[in-house]
Ligand binder design. Structure first.
Ligand code: GLN
Length: 493
């Protein structure tokens, strides 16, 4: 029999439904893979019993002839930003250590209702702030990938670094991610997997630990476009508990996948061709254009003139919203409480927050508080909001000329752990191609394109019109079929 851990979402679901193997066998295989991969540090906690219980329920339903859900029998990794009832939920921060929610996030609830089980809670950058998964209180995640001829530990990307490491190492067939400014797409690109951030509002934010609420969006990370489409369909949907939830039906993305792009126009934004961009990244972009032409699309040049302001605007808006969202961690309501002897309430707040938040989180709170303070609000926050509008308008104008946009996902391949940790600006620059679509709330996906000369994956990004996840997935599929990317990391863990 094939190794069950080599299978993706669709193969597992169809195999379970067809009686080739049981959901319990699948859950046991992945539970064992998770238990054997401690060196990756991809999981903060493993939940093998959750995966087994969900599998047994699916096997029982099948035996009883009941209909099976879209994710039936598929055990997944859950980013530890989603509240899971009865299972510790930390956002990878000391301040939430030991916090066990009494409720389930809507997205995880939807996945369990579709028949998925949970292998465990995945490591991430603390409060999803970071691009390398090095800001986690629970230690960095090690990418399963290594450069040819080197044993140096590499970043799996961030903030969904546990998700990307687990899926690329095949200790989970798929995982949830969240993307505020690239945190699904950048780690997917670094590890040779696929991931899609849907249109803002498609997936409920209810029960997702908030970072920057006007940007936060959940999405799937998996090893194929088809698997992403299936899982996104299970995650998405209107939710009255999220005031920004889209009240739209969820299309049958997986059932409508079509890699024939005849009649479609693919836009190439000239501003993404930045000075000093790695020639191999540019090479992957050229290949992407050729693949999409081969799929029948016409490739056209477009302009997104305000692109260069996206990163500075993001790094004002996201910290501003974060500083407000994170005010709730005060030692009273959740997790950690540091109450020094004889201390008053203010002292407790200060001591709890000083001890509980990591350095990057503190940096964001400081920046966010500053840009929102009276006197600076207009100069920074208001200005950034205006830029955000201009960036959204750039895209609106582009849609007059094209149906989907093709760009690199990242300016570099994965970098060694520690490389950018002391240089926040260098770290932030890694988000340069990801952030514009986030600011505009657009669906965007990364698919693996090729290996670079050092044997590391490079991803291509597809950005779509609002609500057009289908167009993004279809173009992603066209690339997937032509790129023939089947590289996988050599097992060292
Ligand atoms: N790397 C970006 C940041 O640090 C994006 C994070 C995210 O999308 N959650 O803010």
């Amino acid at each position: 029999m094939t190794d069950l851990t080599d299978l993706g979402v669709k193969a597992i679901r169809d195999g379970v439904a067809g009686g080739e193997f049981t959901a319990r066998e699948v859950a046991e295989a992945f539970n064992a893979a998770v238990a054997g991969a401690g060196e990756l540090n991809a999981f903060i906690v493993a939940t093998p019993d959750h995966a087994l219980a969900a599998a047994d329920a699916v096997d029982a339903d099948r035996a009883a002839g009941k209909p099976l859900g879209a994710m039936a029998g598929v055990p997944i990794g859950m980013k530890d930003l989603f509240a899971t009832k009865g299972v510790q939920t930390t956002a990878a921060s000391h301040i939430l250590e030991g916090f066990t929610p009494e409720y389930e996030s809507t997205v995880s609830h939807n996945l369990w209702s579709a028949g998925a089980g949970m292998l465990g809670k995945l490591n991430l950058d603390q409060f999803a702030m970071g691009s390398s998964n090095e800001t986690s209180f629970f230690g960095n995640v090690n990418s399963p990938w290594r450069k040819q001829g080197s044993n140096a530990a590499l970043a799996p990307g961030g903030s969904s670094g546990g998700s990307s490491a687990a899926v690329s190492a095949r200790i989970a067939p798929a995982a949830t991610g969240t993307d505020t400014g690239g945190s699904i797409r950048q780690p997917a690109a670094f590890t040779g997997i696929s991931g899609i951030k849907p249109t803002y509002g498609r997936c409920s934010r209810w029960g997702v630990v908030a970072f920057a609420s006007s940007l936060d969006q959940a999405g799937p990370m998996a090893r194929s476009v088809d698997d992403c489409a299936i899982m996104l369909g299970a995650m998405a949907g209107f939710d009255a508990k999220d005031s920004t939830s889209l009240d739209l039906p969820v299309p049958d993305w997986a059932g409508s996948l079509d890699a024939n792009l005849a009649g479609k126009k693919v836009g190439i934004p000239r501003e993404y061709r930045m000075e000093g961009t790695d020639p191999e990244i540019l090479d992957s972009w050229e290949r992407g254009k050729a693949w999409l032409r081969d799929a029948g699309a016409e490739v056209v040049d477009i302009a997104l003139p305000h692109t260069k302001y996206a990163l500075p605007a993001y790094y004002i808006i996201a910290p501003a919203e974060a500083s407000s969202n994170l005010a709730r961690y005060d030692g009273v309501r959740y997790g950690l409480r540091d109450l020094p002897d004889g201390a008053g309430l203010q002292d407790m707040y200060a001591a709890t927050r000083a001890e509980g938040f990591g350095d990057e989180v503190k940096r964001r709170i400081l920046i966010g508080t500053y840009v929102l303070s009276a006197g600076f609000y207009d100069a920074y926050y208001n200005q950034a909001q205006k830029i955000r509008t201009l960036i959204a308008r750039d895209f609106e104008q582009a849609w007059a000329q094209c149906d989907v946009i093709l760009a690199p996902t990242t300016p570099t391949a994965s970098f060694p752990l520690g490389d950018k940790l002391d240089d926040p600006l260098a770290m932030y620059l890694n988000d340069v191609f990801a952030v514009p679509a986030s600011l505009a709330g657009l669906p965007a996906m990364s698919v693996p394109a090729m290996l670079n000369g050092e044997g590391l994956p490079l991803g291509l990004q597809l950005i779509g019109k609002p609500f057009d996840e289908q167009g993004v997935l279809n173009a992603g599929l066209a690339i997937e079929q032509r790129a023939g990317f089947d590289a996988r990391p050599e097992k060292w863990w």
